[in-house]
Write a protein that binds this ligand. Structure first.
Ligand SMILES: Cc1cc2nc3c(=O)[nH]c(=O)nc-3n(C[C@H](O)[C@H](O)[C@H](O)COP(=O)(O)OP(=O)(O)OC[C@H]3O[C@@H](n4cnc5c(N)ncnc54)[C@H](O)[C@@H]3O)c2cc1C
Length: 431
């Protein structure tokens, strides 16, 4: 079947055929698209950079991309107003020119800033909330075509709903970001042992600006990443960085992943091989260049937020479940730590949090593994990352989020007739 417009997400877990894909270049144009969509009884979804694993963006009606709505609008000291389609990598470069930076980032930088905050994207570090906590003010166009500007001091309820909204309140056009003076980070990749890492966990979290670790299934190996601010000269990691970033994290990893896919029974051996190859490296660079890694190997992913105090029990249970079940699996498990916030649909709402991410190489069966992991996450009051796969029902989500009702009251005011809804949102919102 030939389709005029085909849209796929990065993981290729979602494919859809929008009736039109529009790239507006002004807020006035966005208002006109909304008015026309209503007249023609069409729906609208907005896409950032398609890096969510769920069906959030899927539509057979109008798809709006803000790729042509990029850049800085205004700088007032450390408060920077940006167009919502600005890509995080470009934003890092632009802020750098003004001596500024984002206080924290996730492990890729290809998302649009609006796309990233809308699903509660986060990095790691117990002194930092998810990226949406860096936002001082949001401007969006709602389904009535009204331009709404909200912040802690103006329309606070709308602001708390809009900070993480899955694109369901309207089209975000401007974000005012609270930035910090530019800073350098020294990143150390260290190979370690799982139980030693668990014993030192509290110290590692407290004593480092950003700490995370990967656990390699069917081994006792962890790869730990420590990042701290530094005044040292910029220094790239040479051969070991190359080994880690390009060979281990990407090139060779793709090769061994293919072996796992074609010969699934070898995946445990592959995981052990990857664990044995974990190297150590150091580098020092400006922050926006340190957080992000290239991701050349495609995968599907589930990530859950659990209260920090349950992390140790949860990760031990996951490790045991994997060893007992012997899944065909070779992807390491990523563990990060984030400060609580007060954003209604943020997975870190009112709890200091650990995030545990489980992945499966593209093309390998993932449902049983992810469902089993979800059962464990649920036992520890898990809340799913909105951009990653999960199998939650509206009833369960409602029980997990104390401000669920309040969020939906605001959503229904901003979008009374479901202009911004799609089937996926309807299924998780219980519409
Ligand atoms: C390889 C990889 C690595 C990742 N690493 C991390 C990580 O380190 N930490 C983490 O937390 N997550 C991570 N993610 C998940 C990712 O950050 C989120 O899914 C993020 O939302 C994707 O941003 P995007 O720009 O691609 O948005 P999309 O996936 O295109 O959209 C996400 C949501 O935002 C909405 N949206 C986009 N723009 C607007 C707008 N202008 N107005 C209103 N709504 C809008 C969309 O409608 C959709 O609901 C990763 C994903 C991948 C594939």
């Amino acid at each position: 079947m030939s389709q005029k417009n085909t849209w796929k997400n990065w993981a290729e877990t979602t494919i859809c055929y929008p009736s039109e894909i529009i790239y507006p270049e002004s807020e006035e144009e966005i208002v006109q698209i909304i008015e026309r969509a209503k007249k023609e009884q069409k729906k609208i979804r907005v896409v950032g950079n398609g890096h969510s694993f769920t069906q959030l963006v899927a539509t057979n009606s109008i798809l709006i991309s803000l790729d042509k709505w990029e850049g800085i609008i205004e700088i007032d000291d450390n408060l920077v107003t940006v167009r919502s389609g600005t890509n995080i990598k470009n934003l890092g470069e632009l802020l750098f020119q003004y001596g500024l930076a984002q206080e924290n980032l996730g492990d890729i930088d290809v998302q649009s800033i609006a796309g990233a905050i809308s699903t509660g994207t986060h990095g790691t570090g117990i002194h930092f909330g998810n990226l949406a906590t860096q936002i001082e003010e949001i401007t969006f166009i709602n389904a009535q075509g009204e331009k709404i500007t909200c912040s802690e001091n103006q329309e606070q309820d709308i602001f708390k709903a809009a900070q993480v909204s899955l694109g369901s309140l309207g089209i975000i056009t401007r974000l005012k970001l609270r930035c910090v003076p530019k800073y350098k980070l020294e990143l150390k990749n260290v190979k370690g042992n799982f139980s030693d890492c668990m014993k030192q966990l509290e110290n590692y979290k407290k004593e480092n600006r950003n700490f995370e670790f990967y656990y390699f299934p069917y081994t006792e190996v962890v790869q730990m990443k420590f990042s701290n601010t530094t005044e040292k000269e910029v220094k790239e990691g040479g051969v070991m960085k190359f080994l880690n970033d390009i060979i281990l994290e990407n090139g060779a990893f793709k090769l061994v992943s293919e072996i796992s896919r074609v010969f699934p029974s070898q995946s445990r051996r592959v995981s052990r091989l990857c664990g044995s190859l974990v190297g150590e490296s150091e580098r020092c660079a400006w922050s926006h260049k340190v957080f992000a890694t290239a991701r050349l190997v495609r995968f599907t992913e589930m990530e859950y937020n659990i209260p920090m105090e349950h992390f140790s029990d949860c990760i031990h249970e996951i490790k045991k479940k994997i060893e007992d079940t012997q899944y065909d699996l070779h992807f390491p498990i990523e563990n990060r730590f984030v400060k609580k916030d007060d954003i209604w649909l943020s997975p870190a709402y009112e709890r200091d949090s650990a995030y545990i991410a489980v992945h499966m190489y593209k093309g390998m069966p993932y449902k049983k593994y992810l469902k089993d992991m979800e059962t464990i996450f649920e036992k520890y009051q898990g809340r799913p990352h909105w951009g990653k796969l999960h199998f939650q029902t509206p009833e369960k989500l409602k029980n997990s989020y104390p401000m669920w009702e309040q969020f939906h009251n605001i959503r229904k005011k901003m979008d009374p007739n479901g202009l911004f809804m799609n089937l996926y949102l309807a299924s998780i919102f219980g519409e």
